[in-house]
Design a protein around this ligand. Structure first.
Ligand code: FPP
Length: 255
């Protein structure tokens, strides 16, 4: 059983993918939305607890109006098309972010799918839409202060006050498209996440690559700030002796 329970994905590279094909950027988003269905299914297949997808950041509002409204339309169409499948697969759906400025019909549809899946017990599927990590942290702190005036906030309190606390910390953050940035995504939740940057542009990303990344990362040793396990130390010492790898400092290995 994999130790990866929560995967978050920055779905990047749609615009470049389309440009390379002499198509408008929005073409890349349209193609990218069908990949979303494949990845949700793959996440369910491999038994993840949570999948969080970055579909639209607070910064994306400054893109051309046509691109912004196409992204709203894509979200709406996705939900209309996938609603039955989401329900059939016992998926618990939620959108995190400041969605009040989206078209009213889209907001209603989001609220409808959220309500219909409220008691689902399967995959927590989250779309981050009009989302920013710093805004989430600030809003969570302010929410806490409002409810607990004069009280100091702890890490546990803040984790519990996030937009979707039940998803938990991120174990693996994948970014497609070749860039190596976090872009204000789930800043609090990724504190100990493994990071994986794929050169594949999102419209070319597949369930096979997704599952392979999870498999590859599952065998990485996650130490959460601690020193490595004895087995890891012995193995690394052996590798160091063979001149292969790593960095030994006293009895602590920095790998
Ligand atoms: C980044 O690529 C991608 C986005 C800003 C939008 C991501 C949206 C989708 C994958 C489709 C939405 C799907 C649903 C179901 C909501 P970019 O445009 O920044 O690409 P670039 O870096 O190549 O310019």
């Amino acid at each position: 059983m994999s130790n990866i329970k929560h995967v978050a994905v920055i779905m990047d590279g749609n615009g470049r993918w389309a440009k390379r094909r002499f198509r408008p950027r929005v073409w890349g988003h349209v193609r990218g939305s069908s990949v979303v269905s494949d990845i949700v299914k793959a996440a369910d297949d491999v038994g993840l607890k949570s999948l969080t997808l970055y579909a639209f950041s607070t910064e994306n509002w400054s893109r051309p109006a046509e691109e912004v409204s196409t992204l709203f339309t894509i979200l709406k169409k996705f939900l209309l098309k996938e609603k039955a499948k989401i329900l059939a697969n016992n998926i618990k759906f939620k959108v995190i972010g400041q969605i009040q400025n989206l078209p009213q019909a889209t907001v209603s549809l989001i609220r409808d799918v959220e309500a219909l899946t409220e008691n689902a017990t399967g995959l927590y599927l989250t779309f981050a839409f009009s989302y920013g990590g710093r805004a989430e942290i600030l809003s969570s702190i302010n929410h806490f202060i409002e409810k607990n005036p004069g009280q100091q906030i702890t890490e546990k309190d803040l984790s519990a006050a996030l937009y979707r606390p039940e998803s938990g910390d991120v174990d693996l953050l994948i970014r497609t498209g070749g860039e190596q940035r976090i872009s204000n995504f789930l800043l609090w939740q990724i504190a100990y996440a493994e990071l994986y940057f794929s050169p594949t542009k999102w419209p070319d990303f597949t369930a096979t690559e997704f599952k392979k990344i999870i498999d590859d990362v599952s065998i990485r040793e996650r130490r959460f700030g601690n020193v490595c396990s004895q087995v890891g130390l012995e193995e690394a010492t052996r590798q160091a002796a063979s001149g292969k790898t790593t960095y030994l400092q006293g009895n602590t290995l920095n790998v």
